[in-house]
Design a protein around this ligand. Structure first.
Ligand code: RRO
Length: 309
């Protein structure tokens, strides 16, 4: 029987399939339920210092089968209430808070807060594709120096995963800058900057206007960006693990990302209305490994990276 265990930034995960931030994690109860699906770890919705109400609806629209645009607008109760309400240390699998802020100093305050509450790893969201001016205005992960500054400031408090954007030509340069600044892992990709329009109403589909594209159609883009990230880190002599995501909807998709060099994956959009799909992906990965005769994830990780060498 295949061994799916993987070590990520010092954390032992029983399998590499993690719940992505922003899906089925908006209340403590839902997060608790997701811990029972067979996930290796859970990432929380993005947490900011102050509460944020989110954008006006519609906040999510399916634009093609299994492919969505969203502009949630970072709705969350703020750090203090989050720490009171959400189980960070009580669940049987690791819970990794996702942090979002406008400056490295604010990110550091968040990191200190969750570390004090028992978190042993956090993900810093450098890549929400539709920030309003009042919410920071630009994409930190489009600027290697800005991204590295956030990583350096937060990594003083606990190990951090830097979540990168696909909305950039050279994702590798940002990954390398974050890794050199002390990131324990890199996650990619956040959603693609997007817009869709209602011809009858003559207005954007989303309440916010702009949004981020996720789901099935984004998988080939995610795979390419993850491959480029892994290649850039290797070329720089860095062994920082990469967490792949974008359009994963079944066990084969998990395999695809691992073959591109990812240590683990995150799954989001395809779980909407189907939380049990996560466990099915884990089982399917194990079956695929048995069928191929692979005992551990390391036996096939990065095969596609080697294919391009
Ligand atoms: O809350 C959102 O609108 C949102 C976030 Br923080 C993000 O990182 N990515 C995304 O597609 N939506």
């Amino acid at each position: 029987m295949a061994n799916l265990r993987v070590i990520l930034a010092g954390l032992v995960l029983e399998n590499p399939v993690m719940l992505a931030s922003g899906i089925l994690d908006s209340t403590p109860g839902i997060l608790q339920r997701m811990a029972e699906t067979g996930a290796g770890a859970l990432i929380t919705k993005s947490i900011s210092l102050q509460s944020r109400p989110g954008y006006p609806g519609p906040t999510t629209v399916e634009v093609a089968p299994g492919t969505w645009i969203n502009a949630m607008g970072l709705p969350n109760p703020g750090l203090e209430e989050f720490l009171e309400e959400f189980p960070l240390t009580e669940l049987p699998i690791p819970v990794i808070p996702n942090l979002v802020a406008d400056t490295p100093e604010e990110f550091a305050t968040l990191a200190a807060g969750v570390a004090k509450a028992g978190a042993v790893l956090a993900e810093v969201n450098l890549s929400c594709p539709h920030p309003k001016a009042a919410y920071g205005g630009s994409l930190t992960a489009q600027d290697p120096e800005a991204a590295a500054a956030v990583v350096a400031a937060t990594a003083e408090h606990l190990p951090v995963i830097a979540k990168l954007t696909p909305n950039i030509t050279d994702i590798g340069s940002v990954a390398v800058a974050c890794a050199q600044a002390g990131a324990a892992a890199i996650s990619a990709i956040n959603t693609l900057a997007a817009l869709d329009v209602d011809p009858e109403l003559e207005r954007p589909l989303l309440g916010n206007g702009y949004g981020g594209l996720s789901g099935i159609a984004t998988r080939p883009i995610g795979l390419r960006k993850v491959l480029e990230t892994v290649q850039a880190l290797r070329a720089a002599g860095l062994e920082t693990p990469v967490i792949g995501m974008g359009g994963i909807s079944d066990g084969d998709d998990v395999v695809r990302y691992l073959l591109c060099g990812a240590h683990t994956v995150q799954v989001g959009t395809s779980l909407t209305g189907n939380p049990e799909r996560l466990g099915e992906m884990v089982n399917s990965l194990a079956k695929w490994m048995d069928h191929k005769g692979y005992g551990t994830l390391a036996d096939f990780r990065g095969r596609i990276v080697e294919w391009f060498e």
